[in-house]
Ligand binder design. Structure first.
Ligand code: DGY
Length: 320
């Protein structure tokens, strides 16, 4: 019997490809760009295994038009791009990539927090543009971080990793999560639960580390920005659709909040054009997990999930 076919929608690090190639007939999107939905539909025909990106829409139509498909491994921890219910109904196994991205994403959350608070991008531009003519008492003042209050929305692995870093900054840690932690867990993590409105009112720094679901979709808009402190810094490394982007732009323009650091966008890769004109926002291109280590480990995990799923064995991070 021939090797089973696996399609990968974008070239991933070699660490994952290697083991897959030994056992499967692996085809990789040959383009140095993401596929259109039509290309995705066509190029994955006949594949028993699929490694896809968070930007690939794996909906019911896709699943039902690929009857040979047995296993999907999302090259991401978030899996809001996959209709897991439709996959389950069609006997297709689905896996994501938990764990391996946690620390890298927490690091980027903190990079954005510090960069937005201390105006790093503006400062860099200022120096490059030859404007630095000497030390100034009021030059590019930002917001102090040490000892302040952080409010973490989404307190799973990544949110908790953000919280651990906050302890090093002597911060008071508030969190919101669909199912609050036990008192014991809270005391171990040094974090206190708050309902969203209270968290927004009390926190100096707000980070979004939640997945996109019915409870987080459009969670933050005009009314919520009005609750935040005028000095608040908001960071989103979760999913763009958690924030109403145009309403965030208005809040930043009117200085209702001080600054934002964004790695994800409501309609990415499209970005609300006004965001690009603002000085008080730091933007990264959804690179929260983009370290050599994390992306290699994610590739290995995706490969392990595919191989186990195709052999009918238990998958390391099965979702159904
Ligand atoms: C994920 O894995 O969900 C991240 O957004 C990718 O960096």
């Amino acid at each position: 019997m021939g090797k089973k076919r696996v399609f990968i929608t974008r070239e991933i690090p070699e660490s994952g490809l290697h083991s897959l190639r030994e056992e499967c007939d692996v085809k990789v999107n040959p383009h140095a760009r993401n596929l259109s939905q039509q290309e995705l539909m066509e190029m994955s025909k006949g594949a028993a295994g699929l490694i896809c990106l968070l930007s690939d829409k794996i909906d019911r139509e896709f699943i039902e038009s690929h009857p040979e498909l047995k296993v999907i491994a999302n090259y991401a921890v978030g899996y809001n791009n996959i209709d897991v219910q439709a996959a389950t109904e069609n006997n297709v196994k689905v896996a994501n990539g938990p764990g391996v991205l946690t620390e890298a994403t927490a690091d980027l959350t903190w990079s954005l927090l510090l960069a937005a608070a201390r105006r790093i991008v503006e400062s860099d531009n200022y120096v490059r543009q030859g404007k630095f003519s000497g030390w100034g008492p009021k030059l590019l003042r930002g917001h102090s971080v040490y000892g302040k209050t952080i409010g973490i929305i989404g307190f799973g692995h990544i949110g908790q990793a953000v919280g651990k870093r906050a302890r090093g900054f002597g911060m008071n840690i508030l969190y919101n999560k669909r199912n609050p932690l036990s008192a014991k867990q809270e005391s171990e993590l040094g974090a206190e639960f708050r309902e969203i409105p209270n968290l927004l009112q009390e926190a100096d720094f707000i980070t979004i580390n939640a997945p996109l679901n019915d409870g987080t979709y459009s969670l933050l808009g005009k009314a919520e920005f009005e609750l935040m402190k005028k000095t608040a810094v908001l960071v989103n490394t979760g999913r763009g659709k958690i924030i109403k982007e145009e309403e965030l732009v208005a809040a930043l323009q009117k200085k209702e909040i001080a600054a934002a650091g964004l790695d994800v966008y409501e309609n990415e890769p499209a970005i609300t054009p006004e965001l690009l004109k603002l000085d008080n926002v730091v933007l990264t291109p959804h690179t929260g997990s983009s370290t050599y280590q994390a992306r290699s480990e994610l590739a290995e995990l995706a490969a392990k999930n595919i191989l186990a799923g195709l052999k009918g064995e238990e998958m390391p991070s099965s979702l159904n």
